[in-house]
Design a protein around this ligand. Structure first.
Ligand SMILES: NC(=O)C1=CN([C@@H]2O[C@H](COP(=O)(O)OP(=O)(O)OC[C@H]3O[C@@H](n4cnc5c(N)ncnc54)[C@H](O)[C@@H]3O)[C@@H](O)[C@H]2O)C=CC1
Ligand SMILES: O=C(O)[C@H]1O[C@H](OP(=O)(O)OP(=O)(O)OC[C@H]2O[C@@H](n3ccc(=O)[nH]c3=O)[C@H](O)[C@@H]2O)[C@H](O)[C@@H](O)[C@@H]1O
Length: 484
């Protein structure tokens, strides 16, 4: 398992404590919501030298974190949580009253999922967190939103905060700021401790100064600092995710062309990526993007634009979404083609081709080094194949349990060898290192009919074919189940 680069301890820890002791500055931080973002932020704030309390409404999650256990997979984070729970610098609670009179800065990192049956973000968790804080803070403090929100949220919440504070008459002046988060799962610790940039939406010099103190360590390492207004800060976040999603769908749209006429999508991506204005990153064609953020963020942005009377402005994102979802259908169609070719059917109905076929599913997490299956293309494909009658043997190094909680009827197995044994077809859907480093000769021995669909275009097709396992990739022209 690759461990993230954690900056040298001497450079970071103790820095803030010393600063606070000298100048009476920021010492105590609360982080509201201890999911993928909040647990990482809390542990990293402790690593920077602050005293931290993580608050969540989920008692089971809080109990595990308080024991130093991480309820999800994120390289390097469990170690950091253990380290700071043991040092006493990091604690967890379900009780807002514990942080209201204690913390100087309260970060909000609760979820903003897609609303059921709609594109818009569900803001009820952010609103509830802000309300709970407003009703429990009893000293001067700064509330800092980190959740990804529709533009206009910070202005609205600042109004709500003023109203609630006036109504409850608690002591202390409480201000709001917005500080979007850009971390990637799988690299969360590194991205938090050494971010590419820090963006803060602030309404006063005081708020900016407080945040400069919180982020003094990364700032000392010359991290770009962008202090701006609320709407710009909120929009930077969704613009970044919309751009990344667009880049992935752009290359996947070209995949559809190379699938029709031939050509090599990987070479195409390399060639355009050499142009520094374009860049090679996020041009990996495959089964497309998923996760708890890119899909719901591009949908929420369209919904917000429509509310603002700008429906056409963000309409292109609905096309990006559609291209992305078609990639999942493409993998299912490829599996049907490959298996139908066995029976000599040119155009078999999916159910006919898949019925009873044993398919090894390699990976169900939405990306490697994560156990997150939210809107995972891999899990979606596995479930579609199962629903069409295939006998799916699913293996993911970390995400089997989360996948089983979502789709319990799939057959989850404990090793890649077990998944491949006697399989009629294997499909690589999450590019874990374990799969990238598979020995094709061993795969050939295990499978009933050695052949593989590479949903992430990460295998050396010639080497695998030479070892007896023909590989079909994404963006490749395929005729009767075989590369054209
Ligand atoms: N997961 C990621 O990599 C990143 C997430 N974000 C954004 O951060 C936000 C959180 O995302 P995740 O951490 O992935 O979500 P998550 O679902 O893993 O965690 C959210 C946590 O908030 C807790 N919660 C809900 N209501 C609460 C309340 N009233 N008080 C206290 N806790 C409450 C939930 O129990 C849960 O533990 C979202 O807006 C997301 O778009 C931004 C950048 C990266
Ligand atoms: O707002 C968020 O939560 C985060 O969303 C993404 O981070 P993350 O979802 O962790 O993962 P990415 O590495 O962006 O991958 C997203 C999806 O795109 C897919 N992808 C990525 C790159 C690529 O070239 N092709 C491709 O299909 C991945 O497999 C994955 O399913 C952004 O990269 C983060 O900057 C952002 O903070």
């Amino acid at each position: 398992m690759p461990s993230p680069e954690i900056p040298a301890r001497s450079r970071w820890t103790g820095h803030c404590r010393q600063q606070a002791e000298e100048g009476g500055g920021i010492v105590r931080i609360s982080v509201i919501g201890t999911g993928y973002l909040g647990a990482t932020h809390a542990a990293c704030m402790a690593e920077l030298g602050f005293e931290v309390i993580g608050v969540d409404i989920d008692p089971a999650k809080i109990e595990r974190l308080a024991r130093g256990e991480l309820p999800f997979h994120e390289p390097g984070l469990a170690e950091l949580i253990v380290k700071h729970v043991e040092s006493g610098r990091l604690r967890f609670t379900t009780d807002y009253a514990e942080v209201g009179g204690w913390a100087d800065v309260h970060f909000i990192g609760v979820g903003t999922p897609q609303r059921s049956g709609e594109h818009a973000a569900d803001m009820r968790y952010v609103d509830a967190a802000l309300t709970s804080l407003a009703e429990s803070i009893s000293k001067d403090a700064l509330i800092v939103g980190k959740s990804t929100v529709p533009v206009g949220t910070a202005d609205r919440l600042a109004g709500l905060l003023a109203q609630l504070r006036a109504a409850n008459g608690l002591p202390g002046t409480v201000e709001l700021a917005w500080n979007p988060e850009f971390l990637r799962e799988g690299f969360a610790v590194k991205d938090t401790l050494t971010p590419d940039r820090i963006v803060v939406g602030v309404a006063s010099e005081h708020a900016e100064q407080v945040l400069r103190e919180v982020y003094a360590a990364p700032l000392a390492a010359d991290t770009p600092w962008i202090a701006t207004d609320f709407p710009t800060a909120e929009l930077v976040k969704v613009a970044a995710n919309a751009f990344l999603a667009t880049k992935i769908s752009f290359i996947n749209a070209f995949s559809e062309i190379t699938e029709a006429v031939g050509g090599d999508i990987r070479t195409l991506a390399d060639a355009i990526g050499h142009d520094a204005r374009i860049g090679r990153r996020f041009l990996n064609a495959g089964v497309g993007f998923g996760g708890g953020c890119l899909p719901k963020d591009i949908r929420a942005l369209q919904a917000r634009a429509a509310e603002l009377g700008l429906t056409s402005t963000m309409r292109f994102l609905s096309e990006m979404d559609a291209i992305n979802l078609r990639r999942r259908e493409r993998v299912v169609d490829l599996a049907v083609d490959v298996l139908a070719a066995d029976a000599g059917h040119r155009r078999a109905a999916p159910v006919q081709a898949l019925q009873g076929a044993r398919i090894a599913i390699l990976g169900v997490a939405f990306k490697p080094d994560s156990d997150d299956v939210r809107d995972s293309p891999a899990l979606d494909v596995a479930n579609r194949l199962y629903t069409l009658g295939a006998d799916t043997a699913v293996y993911d190094p970390e995400a089997n349990a989360n996948a089983a909680a979502r789709f319990p009827r799939l057959d989850y197995v404990d090793s890649v060898e077990e998944a491949l044994r006697d399989a009629d077809l294997a499909i690589l859907l999450t590019e874990w290192r374990e799969f990238r480093e598979l020995d094709p000769a061993r795969v050939a021995e295990l499978m009933a009919t050695p052949r593989l669909i590479d949903g992430r275009n990460v295998l050396d097709r010639d080497a695998w074919a030479a070892a007896g396992v023909p590989v079909v990739g994404m963006g490749q022209k395929v005729v009767h189940g075989a590369p054209a």
